[in-house]
Design a protein around this ligand. Sequence first.
Ligand SMILES: *Cc1c(COP(=O)(O)O)cnc(C)c1O
Length: 360
Amino acid sequence: MSRIYNFSAGPAVLPEEVLQHAREEMLDWNGSGMSVMEMSHRGKEFMSIAERAEADLRELMAIPANYKVLFLQGGASAQFAMVPLNLLRGKKGADYINTGMWSKKAIDEAKRFCAVNVAASSEATKFTSIPPQAEWKLDPSAAYVHYTPNETIGGVEFHWVPQIGDVPLVADLSSTMLSRPVDVTKFGVIYAGAQKNIGPAGLTVVIVRDDLIGGADAKTPVMFDYKTHADNGSMYNTPPTYGWYLAGLVFQHVKKQGGLKAMAAVNQRKAQKLYDAIDNSGFYKNPVEKSARSWMNVPFTLANADLDKTFLAEAAKANLKTLEGHRSVGGMRASIYNAMPEAGVDTLVDFMRDFARRNG
Ligand SMILES: *Cc1c(COP(=O)(O)O)cnc(C)c1O
């Protein structure tokens, strides 16, 4: 077996130990004679898997008892609609912070349901910075404030949590959840598609404060109402059982690594190595303001874009794969989520130095 270093933005690399574990119990989970995929979601076997996953996530993120953890489908993209449908509660508008492509998608969807106030935007700097909170023009009557702590495409990340008083703060944590500790009590809703840092595609994790459940607009489809899922332990309909199980294995794995503080230390070190290699090269460039650089997604360009194809081909030969930048920005992008081993970043940095020496 030969595994590559996979720098894909998502679906992304999973911890090898988790995949091995899943392989070992693929045909027979814990003496049940069944694969997890074949189990009733309401049977005692799957219920124990589901409960353990939730308990482990609660422990990892220190999620207080007055928050529900929901294991849903539909991706972060479905949350772009579920958030306004559940949180407007009679109000006419919501505040959104626009820091890139995922923010924009959330804004476009919210516009179908309410008046969106873009309280701050970094579009003028081509999304290479985070607007300081002092410049935000929040609407005091907004139902909630939505932002994207890590922009997966632009590689821009908040390294601070906005202070917005009593208005619920909503965060699309898709590409940075579990990368570091977060103070859940500062948020009304946190959501994340699993395929970046949690598990396989098909599962969406939503953490929602109790008082924000039960106020959905009357026309809200039953599947889009947080109350439906909160009241039924995320089993109103068939949940994504295998994704839930694999996410649970990832939570166990992260706990074994020492939890989110330990993940943060490794993630910061990995990111620093890569940004240093870029900044000190005279050959590669990352356009993002230093204070807003993502620990998870690192876009970079080469001194000469004509070399892009050669770079990708030679990187692939060195087992470094999926480094092509997002189609909207070009260049390269290295996604270095929790599951990317530090050795993968070291190998990439060595390759980049060597490539620059030969082509610079
Ligand atoms: C990937 C991503 C999404 C979209 O997630 P889906 O699960 O494909 O809907 C939304 N927001 C962010 C920040 C992402 O990285």
